[in-house]
Design a protein around this ligand. Structure first.
Ligand code: KQY
Length: 381
């Protein structure tokens, strides 16, 4: 039973004229969280902290970055981060700002609001990734309150990494995750679409099936495919028919080729090569603190690596580096897809070992001053 949330706005974003813009649109800045827990991040999270600091430094070349840090870690984080990155005291259980942070909304006026989704650590007590998650559940509300922005409390469990939009009325989603009963048991696709229309201001859905093989989020879209512009999607891809990712990507490719967006356009699809396959090593697994509170990880586990898990910054693309030959191919493709942006690679294996990528650890704050027109339903554009 959802408790009434007295600090939340009444009504719904769409009803009030708000919508989620595309990530490729102008930003005011970026939020991140600091990795701290020794049961998810090896060697007391030191290698992950170095990787997060490198991501923050790369993004801060393009836009302001704020990073939420538990008070006990504030001094150590400050010492590891460049002075261009602001450190903000913020309690959290782990560090996936994409998933626990607000989904920002824009309107035809220079302000922002945010959606505070319900969070259950990617599946709750049956199959979720850690417990408790009560501090993570509050991160979106804390961030919006720090920024004095209006907050809508959504009635569903979902994570930011499960949602991509084109900012013109289209949402791109994966069934494996968004319709998974471990998030919202008993919820139908129709009801889910109705809630997402209300809270994202979208009018049209492109549903893909399964996400990336062995992705512990149950197939977040942000690891499989993303919009690089309205009408243009990039998809993680392998030509190896024997790889378990092949069928997943092939099916997504077919669905994207058949799809239309909210404005009735066909989707142009670019295939980004998949790295690896990559696996956790003995040494990496040995560096994790044993714990009852966190999903165990072991040597030999396939890692859900994907170049689609990059971050759009103002004038830049910050992409994960995993594996030299495919890194170069993916970077080349992203330069071709986003010729007006500088593409920067940041080593991301340490982030991958914790179960995600650069997109998963970031949350863009849209620029509320960018001129925008409210998306309209198909045919009315
Ligand atoms: O895909 C994402 N947005 C987040 C990955 C979270 C993994 C938790 N271990």
């Amino acid at each position: 039973m959802n408790q009434p949330d007295l600090g939340a706005l009444p009504g719904t974003p769409a009803g009030d004229g708000w919508w989620m813009p595309g990530e490729f649109e102008a930003h005011e800045g970026c939020w991140m969280l600091w990795p701290e827990r020794p049961d998810n991040w090896r060697e007391r999270a030191r290698p992950a902290q170095a990787a997060f600091a490198a991501v923050a430094a790369a993004i801060s070349r393009f836009e302001p970055v704020r990073i939420g840090v538990s008070p006990a870690h504030a001094a150590a984080a400050r010492a590891q981060l460049p002075s261009s990155v602001a450190v903000v005291p913020l309690a959290h259980d782990d560090c996936w700002m994409r998933d626990v942070g607000p989904t920002y909304l824009v309107a035809e006026r220079p302000q922002l609001r945010g959606v505070h989704w319900r969070f259950n650590a990617w599946g709750g007590l049956e199959g979720g990734l850690y417990h408790p998650w009560d501090q993570d559940e509050r991160v979106a509300a804390e961030v919006l309150s720090l920024e004095a922005r209006g907050r809508y409390r959504a009635p569903i469990v979902i994570e930011g990494g499960a949602i991509h939009v084109d900012g013109q009325g289209t949402a791109l989603l994966a069934e494996e995750c968004v319709l998974n009963p471990n998030r919202n048991p008993g919820m139908t696709r129709e009801r889910m679409e109705a809630v997402l229309r209300d809270y994202l201001g979208v009018t049209h859905f492109i549903w893909l099936g399964l996400g990336v093989y062995n992705d512990e989020t149950d197939g977040h879209i942000d690891n499989l495919a993303c919009f690089v512009a309205p009408g243009k999607v990039c998809l993680t891809w392998t030509d190896d028919r024997a790889d378990p990712q092949y069928e997943r990507s092939r099916e997504a490719w077919e669905r994207l080729n058949e799809a239309r967006d909210a404005r009735g356009r066909r989707i142009e699809v670019a295939r980004l090569p998949m790295p690896g396959p990559l696996y956790m090593t003995e040494q990496e697994a040995r560096g994790l603190a044993p714990s009852e509170a966190c999903k165990p990880r072991s040597a030999g586990e396939r890692l859900a690596a994907s170049y689609v898990n990059f971050y759009f910054a103002n004038g830049g693309v910050v992409m994960p580096l995993f594996d030299a030959p495919t890194d170069a191919q993916a970077a080349e493709m992203l330069r071709g897809l986003c010729p007006e942006r500088e593409v920067i690679g940041v080593p991301a294996r340490e982030i991958l070992l914790g179960g995600g990528g650069i997109h998963c650890i970031t949350q863009q704050v849209p620029d509320p001053r960018a001129p925008r027109v409210r998306p309209t339903a198909r045919g009315a554009a």
